[in-house]
Design a protein. Structure first.
Length: 193
């Protein structure tokens, strides 16, 4: 037995779907801003410590990664409890960024154990989930951020080796922080609508 929806039921269903899509977009900006600020700061601090001759300057990276993981975990758990619905978009992004994180850690271990600077490779890898997330949520500035990660990552393989951490910090600003701010503005506009 098939039941047809009334026009008001159809409108309500569409409004609910739009609201779910808005909530998915709204969840993303926090992560780009938080991770962007942490790793841009890590790049600057690492460069300063390296210039001052501090032997274990690189420890700033895992420290910021751990801090970011804790912040993201707490924020994500709180958001998960508040969420009415876990959408397909939410699951796709969770698996995309989760698999990125595993690949990222393996990449860093492989490059460091081979005596290479991981920053260019991290930037190249980071372009993928950033670009895909931008495409999934239909947010062009994030897609541009992904492309900038690729371009800056490729360029940093060949030039400015002594400024690797600063180049990384710059890439994070243009790839995460600027799109995150624009996404936040979009979120604020969606809330006002």
């Amino acid at each position: 037995m098939e039941t047809e929806m009334t026009p008001s039921q159809s409108l309500q269903l569409i409004q609910e779907m739009v609201q779910q899509a808005r909530q998915s977009v709204q969840k993303s900006n926090f992560y780009f801003l938080a991770w962007g600020m942490l790793f841009a700061l890590a790049g600057v601090v690492d460069h300063i410590l390296l210039q001052q001759g501090v032997g274990m300057h690189w420890l700033v990276w895992p420290a910021m990664g751990l801090l970011g993981g804790i912040i993201s975990g707490v924020y994500g758990a709180r958001q998960g409890r508040r969420a009415e619905v876990n959408t397909l978009m939410d699951r796709v992004q969770m698996w995309l960024w989760g698999s990125y994180t595993v690949t990222l850690v393996l990449l860093i271990v492989a490059t460091v154990s081979g005596g290479r600077d991981p920053n260019p490779y991290v930037l190249l890898l980071t372009g993928l989930p950033t670009f895909v997330t931008g495409a999934l949520i239909r947010f062009r500035p994030l897609m541009v951020g992904g492309v900038l990660f690729w371009v800056i990552g490729l360029a940093s393989l060949f030039v400015l080796h002594e400024f690797s951490s600063l180049v990384f910090a710059f890439a994070i600003v243009v790839g995460y922080i600027v799109p995150g701010i624009l996404l936040k503005r979009k979120e604020d506009g969606l809330r006002a609508a």
